[in-house]
Design a protein around this ligand. Structure first.
Ligand code: ZN
Length: 163
């Protein structure tokens, strides 16, 4: 028997004011993005903003549906927009923030497993890791570099991907 251990790393900043200008600006873009959230059921608004290598910013927000499984998370709305429209302009960073009218958000909201798997595919596609900036509106900011620090057991199979 062999026991394995995997370590993940991330940085915590007390507030937006502690970030560099570009990352702080991207968090403000994520806040703008959550204004277009369609979340009448959960009342939990999520906004995502991507910064591409060219400097272009893409927004995503959660889009719910009365047929619940038909909705999609903010992160995947933004990432699929990138894949469909800007695949040759690599993603440098993605900022995610959330807002609820019903409770304060005091710690960063992390992405669901499906969004992380899509993020993994984007990193593979562009052959470059993505900086993730998770911003709690009433709390700290977490910066996580690369999918390996979020989903170490992501699904990837070279033999399928190279066919
Ligand atoms: Zn998700």
């Amino acid at each position: 028997m062999i026991s394995h251990e995997i370590k993940i790393a991330f940085d915590e900043y007390e507030s937006l004011a502690d970030l560099d200008k570009a990352d702080r600006q991207l968090c403000l873009e994520a806040q703008k993005a959550l204004k277009n959230s369609h979340s009448p059921y959960s009342k939990f608004r999520v906004g995502a903003a991507l910064r591409l290598q060219s400097g272009k910013i893409l927004h995503g927000s959660n889009q719910e549906n009365v047929a619940y499984p038909s909705g999609l998370c903010a992160e995947r709305v933004a990432l699929f927009n990138w894949g469909a429209n800007h695949p040759d302009d690599p993603i440098e960073a993605m900022a995610v923030t959330a807002h609820s009218d019903e409770f304060p958000i005091v710690k960063p909201i992390t992405s669901c497993g499906s969004c992380l798997q899509v993020l993994a595919e984007c990193e593979k596609k562009q052959n470059q890791s993505i900086k993730i900036i998770l911003h709690a509106e009433d709390g700290p900011v977490w910066i996580i570099k690369g999918i390996e620090n979020q989903l170490p057991f992501l699904f990837f199979e070279e033999r399928i991907a190279t066919q």
